[in-house]
Write a protein that binds this ligand. Structure first.
Ligand SMILES: [Cu+2]
Length: 371
């Protein structure tokens, strides 16, 4: 890999690449079972998208959340995000492979994973602003000897655009949101130049852990002036402070590897699928999901190392700006307030669309320069 020492060289080398080279998570793999994520390329245009484990969002440009939105709810699980209506079951201590469709090489930066407990009602209905995230892994600068350095994002690309994260063994069983995030730093030397790409998934964690780590609200994870947010990567680097709270005790950065898919799994719904904290029969070691699940977890819990062949994924160059998400059905309320509510919702949608258009323009500038 050539080492880039200047932006102009970088531009000369990769300036011709396509603009819409961003990615999103297509699926997650747990012990061979592949659960579909939120397909940003098709679900927003579908009247009846399937129930999946990935949170809904409106970033149809595969875009990002900028530092000036760090205190808005968009930073929690991406723009205008809404709860995934399904979840995957995973045993504490098991690994989850998070598969992106693509990731642009120029977008160097850390890869970070958090969990937040959803409480007894589960993650399908939890209020996202109440979620408190604790960090379970982080990989920032891997090698800074040659600018712009080797980063977690580069390991992700080398690993077939996938990231392996382990659910800490000590975590208490329950429903959790997994918040996976890449922060692209290629423009982070400028104010408001970092680009956060969070992706969220609903999990039901089983096992016999007891830890209930304290967390931080999504809107309090970062500030625009954090040392690791406003950060110039085009220099020789010896260290990088990964933003956000410190990883919890028990967090592990596992050796990156790919996970073989042996079955396609259906997202589980509701609370009764895999009993929380129920002792498994003494003769079995694997916690089998209860009989009502539609997804038989049969795969042996092995993580197979697969040679990283480059997956040819073509992403349709989406240049359209996001259509405002259908607003959630208004909860019952007084009729008189309805029109005012509608007008407010329309104003909010228009403001959101304008914000996204501005982000898209800014990003088009960035990628014209660097992508
Ligand atoms: Cu970009």
């Amino acid at each position: 890999m050539p080492s880039f020492t200047s932006k102009s060289l970088l531009t000369a080398l990769v300036g011709a690449a396509s603009v819409a080279a961003h990615g999103h998570v297509t699926n997650i793999v747990i012990n061979g079972d592949s659960y579909q994520g939120y397909d940003i390329n098709s679900f927003p245009y579908s009247a009846n998208p399937p129930v999946v484990v990935g949170w809904t969002a409106s970033n149809t440009d595969n875009g990002f959340v900028a530092p000036d939105a760090f205190s808005s709810a968009d930073i929690i699980c991406h723009r205008n995000s809404a709860n995934a209506k399904g979840h995957a079951v995973v045993k504490a201590g098991d690994k989850i492979s998070i598969q992106w469709d693509t990731w642009p090489e120029s977008h160097h930066g850390p890869v970070i994973d958090y969990l937040a407990n959803c409480g007894a009602a589960g993650c399908e209905t939890v209020e996202k602003t109440a979620l408190e995230f604790f960090k379970i892994d982080e990989v920032g600068l891997v090698d800074g000897s040659a600018a712009p350095g080797k980063w977690g994002s580069d390991q992700l690309i080398e690993n077939g655009n996938s990231w392996l994260v382990q659910i800490p063994e000590n975590i208490a069983p329950g429903f959790y949101v997994l918040r996976h995030e890449i922060i692209a730093l290629h423009s982070a030397g400028d104010a408001n130049g970092a680009q956060n790409y969070p992706q969220c998934f609903n999990l039901q964690v089983t096992g016999s852990g007891t830890e209930k780590p304290a967390g931080v609200k999504g809107t309090e994870l970062y500030t625009p002036n954090d040392e690791g947010i406003r950060f110039n990567i085009y220099r020789s680097l010896t260290s990088y402070p990964v933003p956000g709270p410190a990883p919890i005790k028990g967090a592990v950065n596992v050796q990156q590897a790919r996970s073989a898919i042996t079955a396609s799994a259906t997202a589980l719904t509701g609370l009764a699928n895999a009993p929380v904290a129920t002792a498994a029969p003494a003769t079995t070691t694997a916690a089998a999901p209860a009989a009502t699940t539609t997804s038989a977890v049969v795969a042996a819990p092995t993580t197979t190392l697969i040679p990283s062949t480059t997956k040819a994924v073509t992403v349709a160059p989406t240049t359209t700006t996001a259509a405002p998400q259908a607003t959630q059905p208004a909860k019952g309320g007084c009729r008189g307030g309805r029109n005012q509510k509608k007008r407010r919702a329309a104003r909010r949608a228009a403001a959101a669309a304008a914000r996204e258009a501005a982000l898209a323009r800014r990003h088009a500038r960035d990628v014209a320069f660097l992508d």
